[in-house]
Design a binder for this molecule. Structure first.
Ligand code: TEU
Length: 527
């Protein structure tokens, strides 16, 4: 079995020092804290419709913070809660200013924020502004009145010509990340519109001055209701090449991979746009953003990171569970970010296979879950913990023909796609039939082992994955080296072992992980 020690003692002595750094040196919750990602559909259903809701989140806040038995995280990030036709399950928003009735009322949201704040939890919303839903009133107005105030709000273009059958040809070669062309012909306007994701997710034109004005006004509205930050969906794709030039092509496994994405994302004027959006967030202290890097590497993630504004990179998420590979990934991150920029640590989210299933490869799942917890919570950076990982929940199996995730339904040999339903199963709270998640029929199957692997059973078991997370989070909070310290790898010649040190001027920690399949005795020289 994989053996892990949350924080080992080095040959040089004890690692745990008294907590509480002086307040003036505390760089902020966004840096030292731990963010817990809630996928609202799957957290807790209080109405019996089988879909999670805001009231369900509020009722379970004690699981996260505020009482002695809580996990002990610092913030929650809610995947989108705005009204949406649901083609991409909330990532296609039809009204930015309100709460989807599927999840409850405006009052439910305000109560959730108040109850979270009462427990010291910050609240981060998902800001999905690369695109809207095609049901958004901006799009309806844009497609019907090219000369009206919303005429330029999306990326409309005339066809490049017509094909042999008289059908309009798209303006350039861009493709959708979710398969198929990146342009959709709109018979109402008689033009194509561009979409990086589904045709029901038209991309906003961020070069139309109306777009930043409307989006920042909307952000101010949520901040006025107490929101502490935003996770910015595919934030490096907001701006496109003004001339909409075709991308260069290259060999690859899918249409998306067969292009160099020179012109449909990562434009030179992106940092200036981000600075203006981040300035709005910084209008009051204590707020942050985390940008989701879309299809880019860790160097790009580091480039776009600034003070108080984090970026998700997917280096660790895409690395296999081996000490050598993980060690290299960690070093690439460290050298890209350098000592002055602060990374994030994410090993699972709503788009990726759950790491327990992705990495276990026949290993003991609980041991893997614990070792992964150590990685998540002791590397340098702000950890983002995906709901259910604290129980070691495995992925569920949903065949593509039953998939709810839209790109999975279009998967094929030229469009390989991981069915994201598999990471979105309802949270198991109890061993009862609906797992304490719902009194009705859950929108996705419950995890297969929900009857035994759930919050109630793990709370009562000091040897559970949940108890391990809780203890580790407590240790992390009490140890400045772990939540704020510098990082360096410690060499080990023992196969399977990954070791590193973390330190501040007045405390240090040594972390030793066994990623191998066998129990080993490692000699570590922490120097
Ligand atoms: O995801 C963008 C996205 O597809 C990438 O994060 C991708 O998973 C990564 O590059 C690895 O291949 C965001 C949301 O997280 C996702 O749920 C939405 O479907 C998508 O944007 C569109 O809004």
């Amino acid at each position: 079995p994989a053996v892990c020690r949350p924080v080992a003692r080095g040959t040089t002595g004890r690692v745990m020092r008294p907590p509480v750094p002086p307040r003036h040196t505390d760089p902020g919750w966004w840096k030292t804290g731990v963010v817990y990602q809630v996928y609202p559909r799957s957290f807790a259903d209080t109405t019996g419709d089988g879909v999670g809701d805001l009231e369900g989140i509020t009722r379970h806040l004690d699981h996260l913070a505020g009482e002695p038995g809580s996990l002990g995280v610092d913030a929650i990030w809610l995947s989108p809660i705005n009204p949406s036709p649901g083609h991409d399950l909330g990532y296609d928003i039809s009204d930015y200013a309100s709460v989807d009735p599927l999840f409850g009322s405006e009052a439910d949201f305000d109560r959730l924020v108040a109850e979270a704040h009462r427990r010291g939890l910050k609240v981060i919303l998902d800001l999905v502004v690369n695109h809207t839903s095609d049901a958004h009133s901006w799009f309806t107005a844009s497609r019907s009145s090219p000369d009206g105030p919303y005429g330029n709000r999306y990326l409309w273009r005339d066809p490049a010509g017509v094909d042999a059958f008289g059908r309009p040809i798209p303006p350039n070669n861009w493709v959708s990340f979710f398969g198929g062309p990146g342009w959709e012909w709109d018979p109402i306007r008689g033009q194509f519109y561009q979409h990086t994701f589904l045709a029901q997710q038209p991309d906003l034109n961020w070069r139309d001055p109306g777009t930043p004005t409307a989006v920042t006004e909307m952000m101010r509205g949520w901040m006025a209701r107490g929101v502490d930050g935003f996770r910015m969906d595919v934030f490096n794709a907001l701006l496109k090449d003004p001339g909409l030039r075709s991308n260069p092509v290259r060999p690859g496994r899918s249409p998306w991979a067969r292009q160099v994405h020179l012109h449909d994302k990562d434009q030179p004027d992106l940092p200036a746009l981000l600075a203006s959006i981040r300035a709005v967030v910084d209008e009051a202290p204590g707020r942050m953003t985390v940008g989701e890097l879309f299809d880019g590497d860790v160097v790009r993630a580091a480039d776009l990171t600034t003070e108080r504004h984090l970026v998700f990179d997917f280096e660790l998420l895409q690395t296999r569970w081996s000490a050598a590979a993980m060690g290299r990934a960690v070093e690439r991150r460290e050298s890209a970010f350098g000592p002055d920029r602060w990374p994030t640590v994410a090993i699972s989210n709503h788009d990726q296979p759950r790491h327990v299933s992705r990495w276990s490869g026949g290993r003991d799942r609980d041991a893997l879950a614990r070792a992964a917890a150590v990685l998540l919570l002791t590397l340098r950076g702000t950890p983002f913990l995906y709901y259910g990982e604290e129980l070691g929940v495995p992925g569920i199996i949903v065949p593509n023909r039953h998939a709810i995730d839209p790109p999975a339904r279009g998967a094929g040999p030229d469009f390989p796609w991981w069915n994201r339903d598999q990471a979105r199963a309802p949270m198991p709270w109890t061993g009862e039939p609906g797992a304490g998640f719902t009194a009705g029929r859950p929108w996705l199957p419950l995890p297969p082992d929900a009857a035994t692997r759930n919050v109630a059973s793990q709370r009562a078991d000091p040897g559970s994955v949940l108890s391990f997370y809780r203890a580790l989070l407590r240790l992390r909070r009490a140890t400045p080296a772990l939540h704020a310290g510098a990082f360096a790898r410690v060499p080990s010649s023992t196969p399977g072992v990954l070791a590193f040190r973390r330190w501040t001027p007045d405390g240090r920690a040594l972390v030793v992980l066994n990623l191998g399949r066998r129990q080993v005795t490692a000699t570590i020289d922490p120097r």
